[in-house]
Design a protein around this ligand. Structure first.
Ligand code: BES
Ligand code: MN
Ligand code: ZN
Length: 496
């Protein structure tokens, strides 16, 4: 989809379709009112007929509206005018894009970004429109043997702003929205890719290719390097697979030379069978998504590189498979982590924390201003928060607040969970410094407590994205979350 920004009259656009909003109780938006005037009340007559009432996301397609240059007019419900907020705005945008995706209207002008959304400005509206539009038409069809109908869908989307003076802000929003959408799509593609293709080696190749195309420094540490570093915990997980593990390190160096970097650490389990503590069969295919933390780090690097964000950022991705094998680690095995702390493996399915803990120790060498890890870590987090919020844990309250605010601004929210010492005792082991599980109670919290033991030397936050990184069922697919949250967080860190 090709985007552009313009300020103009809705009735004069020679397009396949123009999109205008209507509010609840059949009130016309400014653009809709303008079409109504030139058509001698054609729209009001239709609204009075009751075919569309303005409820958020409702739609009505009209053909040949008198006095209007475009072939079609798509009416989109915006809900009650005074209640129009971030959520309803995004719903309305999504509904309009989905409606157009099934038609052969390649050239579209939308006036939805002209409406007033509580607390938000033009560039926010444009940026969100772009992000939601790209998200709405996303498909992963690399493995479909027949291509989709290429005549259908939007080829060009012209986004209109109310006045000439808004065009510049609109362009800023467009650039931000496109960079973000590009990062989100990359994250989704990596997540959706089948696990026989998306191996640790593939992720490393993708990181290198991203480095080449986007001017990032990328290093890949191999099994031997990982051994030399003493990452016994990470290697314990990797030893059950024929796929060699990789430790991917990315550098975005656009800040001042002496500025300490923000470090992002992403869990990259390319398939999680559970290992010897084998998972049940139902829905196990979804464990291909267990590398979505890693994918979100790569997507965020893509977005900030495209934005040219003036900041130093390091990405660390430990990646391997969790497989059952003759050589796989056993429950009862004791691993020695890079930090020197020993871990009794009580359940081989609690593998995410085992690869992350060594990556967190590795992060120390960058003397970070902050470290954020992102992981599909626990089923318990899905039970606690469902699929709407990512779980947020931190050893520094101000960092937690920054991430929460970034999530709200980007409409990619997280919820602050406790990390109190009260929970630490659940990790006690009779045979090693700690066990790798803390029992059923507060499972996402004890997982975070485990990680916190390796993140004592810096400000750290952990995002458990087990419930937000992908969708199950009919709409099965990666969401690209939390790339919007992370990108917004990094934007806010510029100059700090
Ligand atoms: N990757 C899973 C977490 C997961 C499970 C995410 C289901 C989304 C849906 C993780 O490696 C895992 O298996 N965690 C275990 C931990 C338990 C053994 C303490 C879990 O959540 O069941
Ligand atoms: Mn697991
Ligand atoms: Zn896992």
């Amino acid at each position: 989809m090709e985007f552009s920004i313009k300020s103009g009259n809705p009735e004069k656009q020679r397009k396949d379709c123009v999109v205008v909003g209507v509010y609840e109780a059949r009130k016309l938006s400014e653009a809709a009112a303008s079409l109504d005037r030139v058509s001698d009340g054609y729209l009001s007559t239709i609204l009075r007929g009751g075919d569309i009432d303005g409820k958020v996301g409702s739609i009505l397609l009209l053909h040949g509206v008198p006095g209007v240059a475009a072939e079609r007019v798509l009416l989109v419900g915006l809900g009650k005018e005074r209640e129009l907020n971030e959520r309803s705005y995004r719903q309305a945008v999504r509904a309009s894009i989905k409606a157009l995706a099934g038609l052969s209207s390649g050239d579209v002008a939308t006036f939805i970004a002209e409406v007033v959304v509580q607390k938000q400005d033009v560039s926010w509206r444009v940026s969100q429109l772009v992000e939601v539009a790209v998200d709405s038409v996303y498909r992963f069809d690399r493995f479909k043997s027949k291509p989709a109908d290429s005549k259908k869908g939007i080829a060009k989307l012209q986004v209109h702003v109310s006045q000439r003076a808004d065009v510049a802000a609109g362009e800023v929003g467009l650039k931000q929205g496109q960079a973000l959408a590009s990062g989100v799509s990359f994250t989704k593609d990596l997540g959706n890719l089948a696990p026989n293709y998306c191996t640790p080696t593939y992720l490393a190749e993708q990181a290198k290719a991203l480095g080449k195309s986007h001017g990032l420094q990328v290093e890949v540490l191999e099994q031997g390097d990982i051994e030399k570093l003493g990452m016994g915990s990470f290697l314990g997980v990797a030893q059950g697979s024929v796929q060699p593990p990789k430790l991917i390190v990315l550098h975005h160096k656009k800040g001042k030379k002496n500025q300490k970097p923000v470090v992002l650490v992403g869990k990259g389990i390319t398939f999680d069978t559970g290992g010897i503590s084998l998972k049940p069969g139902a829905d196990m295919d979804e464990m291909k998504y267990d590398m979505c933390g890693a994918a979100s780090v790569l997507g965020t690097f893509k977005a900030i590189a495209e934005l040219g964000l003036p900041l130093n950022v390091v990405g660390i991705i430990p990646t391997c498979e969790n497989m059952p094998d003759a050589n796989a680690m056993r429950p009862g095995d004791i691993l020695t982590s890079m930090s020197g702390q020993t871990i009794e493996v009580l359940n081989t399915d609690a593998e995410g924390r085992l690869i992350l803990c060594d990556a967190l120790t590795y992060a120390e060498r960058f003397e970070p201003q902050a470290v954020v890890d992102i992981a599909t870590l626990t089923g318990a987090c899905v039970i606690a928060l469902g699929h709407h919020a990512s779980g947020l844990f931190s050893n520094k309250d101000s960092l937690a607040q920054e991430l929460l605010q970034a999530g709200t601004a980007a409409q990619d929210r997280a919820w602050h969970m406790p990390l109190w010492d009260d929970y630490q005792g659940q990790l006690d082991s009779n045979f090693a410094d700690m066990g790798n599980i803390g029992g059923r109670a507060g499972g996402s919290i004890t997982a975070a407590c485990f990680l916190s033991r390796f993140a004592k030397k810096y400000d750290w936050a952990h995002l458990d994205i087990a419930g937000t990184a992908w969708k199950s069922g009919k709409e099965k697919g990666a969401t690209g979350r939390p790339v919007p949250l992370l990108t917004e967080f990094l934007k806010q860190r510029v100059g700090k």
